[in-house]
Design a protein around this ligand. Structure first.
Ligand code: SF4
Length: 370
């Protein structure tokens, strides 16, 4: 198969969901004891039956993470470059139908924000924009990368999906990682939540990781927005996608995150609530299923929750984040994409990591030496 969509189309959402919900204790135990785990095992690990196995899952997840990654947590921070967006997404503060002031940072403003981020100690920055091709296009990204590359050892981007050729052009400018979240793998619900703009093209989005793999990206990040649809089924499709990509583009690395829907200006209520215990189950399920994948946790989650899950499988964490363009120094009052839940400073987070016997790492040595 040359494209994930061919695999995806062999599955039916309702059947997958029914299979997950019918998993038994025996299925969970088999998954926990397997030497090599399959997507079928992943179904068992995210099933309601696995809720009773949270403690052994947490222990196994911690063990695997330490063996593969050591006791370190990478620190990163988002830099919002623009809140302009031509799409309507029902869950986002930057949505076109949200009548708010828009701004895109100029080169000088990018450098001002970057200086504030460097001041906090960061060496890994995540560039974020909405999707506004008239202003935030490949040339704009080239310029931003050119400006930032001398100051950061790792640059990630979470922007609109692009063509393979665009990714090929951006990589030499210093693009290391691209995050592209499917939001939901439920095709009908995807249409409902993306009624207008380029993002309404489900197939173009789901094919993005394939284009990134072919372009030779160093790392890509996958995930769904938890709250839009049944999280167990959406997570299964994420795991299926990850599994396919790792086999097909084996030179690239992969990361996962699990954003839960957060309040924002004009907000959408989650269709499906996910409890903290369920999110712990999901983090452990991914780690037990895939020993290599990096797992990232953002400031969307609360202070208490983040303190408790650091040891369970997390490999990177953000702190001190602003989700508005210019949020660090240029225009702190501009509209944020969503509300931050954990607003502790990077030093405070680094201290919490240290208290748990782990080390907060600011430089991505893997990338520096690459
Ligand atoms: S989620 Fe992205 S594409 Fe959708 S409105 Fe927000 S910024 Fe735009």
């Amino acid at each position: 198969m040359n494209n994930f969509i061919e695999i995806f189309e062999q599955y039916n959402w309702d059947e997958v969901k029914a299979r997950i919900y019918s998993k038994t204790n025996e299925d969970v135990e088999r998954a926990l004891n397997a030497s090599k785990r399959t997507v079928e095992d992943f179904m068992a690990l995210v099933s309601p039956a696995a809720a009773a196995y949270l403690e052994p899952m947490a222990q196994l997840s911690q063990q695997i993470t330490q063996k593969r990654f050591g006791k370190v947590v990478q620190m990163y921070i988002p830099l919002y470059l623009s809140n302009e967006c031509n799409n309507i997404c029902t869950y986002c503060g930057f949505s076109l139908d949200n009548k708010v002031k828009r701004r895109t940072l100029t080169p000088m403003e990018i450098m001002q924000e970057a200086a504030a981020i460097k001041e906090m100690g960061y060496d890994h920055v995540l560039l974020v924009t909405g999707e506004a091709n008239q202003t935030v296009h490949v040339d704009y990204f080239k310029k931003a990368l050119e400006l930032l590359k001398p100051h950061f050892s790792h640059i990630s981007m979470e922007v609109q999906p692009m063509d393979e050729e665009d990714y090929r052009e951006l990589i030499p400018y210093g693009l290391n990682t691209v995050l592209v979240y499917q939001e939901t793998y439920h095709k009908d619900d995807y249409r409902k939540h993306h009624p207008k703009g380029k993002k309404s093209n489900f197939n173009y989005r789901i094919e993005t990781p394939d284009r990134l793999g072919r372009a030779g990206i160093h790392k890509m990040g996958l995930g769904v927005l938890i709250g839009l649809e049944d999280w167990r089924t959406d997570s299964f499709f994420t795991a299926l996608h990850l599994n396919y990509l790792e086999k097909t583009y084996w030179k690239s690395k992969y990361s996962l995150s699990f954003p839960r829907l957060r309040p924002f200006s004009g907000g959408l209520e989650p269709k499906v609530e996910m409890s903290d215990r369920e999110l712990v189950q999901l983090i452990c399920a991914y780690r037990i299923f895939d020993e290599e994948v990096e797992i990232s946790l953002s400031t969307r989650e609360s202070e208490k929750f983040r303190n408790n899950v650091i040891k369970l499988g997390i490999t990177s964490i953000s702190a001190g984040s602003k989700t508005n363009p210019g949020g660090y120094v240029v225009e702190p009052e501009s509209l944020e994409q969503f509300e931050i839940s954990d607003d502790r400073s990077p030093e405070q987070i680094a201290e919490v990591i240290k208290q748990q016997g782990y080390e907060a790492v600011w430089k991505d040595w893997d990338r520096v030496l690459y």
